[in-house]
Write a protein that binds this ligand. Structure first.
Ligand SMILES: [Zn+2]
Length: 355
């Protein structure tokens, strides 16, 4: 565990579930807000340690909060209200700590400050377009199950259409359209780096028409199926990781149930890093490595330890899977091998093809 992430996580605590979006929200800890000097002092320590622009920004934010709190006679209720005004969506807060602190240095802390500041006003999110379908697969809201329109950034929507076509082409030939995609949401101004801009999609389930009947063929509700047993458990798990593989092919950030408990009921997908292109594999990404290890276990049948650490055991089994899929070499050798692993895991996991 990165010590800075651990420290940052202490500033965040599980908050209230958002009744409209279904996201669990995070709030800055009320007790820390009640001790503004501690917040400011802590961020000053970060700033001293790194001396970068982002930390100066968050220090300025901390000072602002300190001033706001300390210039009033703060009751516990007021502290709560202050924390409400700077809430962040779980994907964002976790994403920032893991993605930026662990993979790209320290810029993420600045992102927390920025998202917190912008959350108080309607966040600027560029031009969004409303759609009721993705590649003609109608979209449904996980909460209530109604056919619903969602707002997307155009570039992200294009990537989702490419993903939906890929999913259709690499899943069993008996899984026919109409297909229904269920989601917890796309655009929502909650201080989430991806969802604010209509560039995050929270996939919860997929129905396909099988034998003339709409059938649940991919279920991201790990919170539900994790208690299943026998063939039902192994089938849902294979479908889950097969679907995750299809997303990992197209998007750099795919947050699954092994990422954290906030993602036990959906897979978060965004293109903040991968943009208009496909993804690449990064051995320092715990999330990607866990995806590889889970796929090797539950799809390919290799007993690799799922710990998020890239090592010789994982690498060896991944190479064997690549060979079975018709490639050669290691997963880290090229983007081609990574994409081959994701595509064959999609096909093997969903049952389109055995290797
Ligand atoms: Zn999300």
């Amino acid at each position: 565990m990165n010590p800075y992430q651990t420290t940052l996580d202490r500033f965040l605590r599980p908050g209230i579930p958002c009744s409209t979006s279904g996201h669990r929200l995070k709030t800055l800890d009320v007790h820390l807000l009640m001790r503004p000097w501690l917040v400011a002092a802590s961020f000053r320590a970060y700033s001293f340690a790194f001396g970068c622009k982002q930390f100066r920004m968050i220090r300025a934010f901390a000072t602002k909060v300190s001033h706001k709190v300390s210039t009033r006679s703060v009751s516990p209720r007021m502290g709560y209200l202050v924390s409400q005004s700077i809430e962040t969506e779980s994907d964002n807060s976790r994403t920032v700590t893991r993605r930026n602190l662990m993979e790209s240095g320290v810029a993420g802390v600045g992102a927390i400050a920025l998202s917190a500041l912008t959350a108080t006003s309607a966040a600027a999110h560029g031009t969004l377009a409303s759609h009721t379908e993705i590649d003609n697969d109608n979209t449904y809201y996980e909460i209530g199950g109604a056919a619903s329109a969602f707002s997307y950034n155009a570039g992200f929507y294009s990537r989702l259409e490419t993903w939906a076509q890929f999913f259709y082409n690499n899943t069993p030939g008996t899984w026919l359209k109409p297909i229904r995609l269920w989601t917890y949401g796309v655009h929502v101004d909650k201080g989430s780096a991806s969802h604010d801009y209509g560039r995050g999609f929270d996939l919860s389930r997929i129905y396909a028409t099988v034998g003339g009947a709409l059938t649940l063929v991919s279920y991201q509700r790990y919170d539900i199926w994790r208690t299943y047993t026998g063939n039902q458990l192994t089938t849902y798990r294979r479908w889950y990781w097969g679907t995750a593989a299809s997303a990992c092919y197209h998007f750099q950030y795919v947050l699954h149930y092994l990422y954290n408990t906030d993602h036990w009921n959906h897979i978060h997908i965004d293109n903040l890093v991968s943009g208009t292109g496909n993804s690449t594999f990064n051995t320092t990404s715990t999330t990607q490595v866990k995806f590889v290890q889970a796929s090797l276990n539950y799809v390919w049948g290799y007993p690799v330890t799922i710990d998020g650490v890239w090592g010789s055991q994982t690498s060896s089994y991944a190479s064997q899977a690549i060979a079975r899929g018709g490639g050669s070499g290691s997963l880290t050798a090229s983007q081609t091998n990574w994409l081959l692993f994701c595509r064959t895991t999609t096909r093997y996991g969903t049952g389109a093809q055995a290797y």
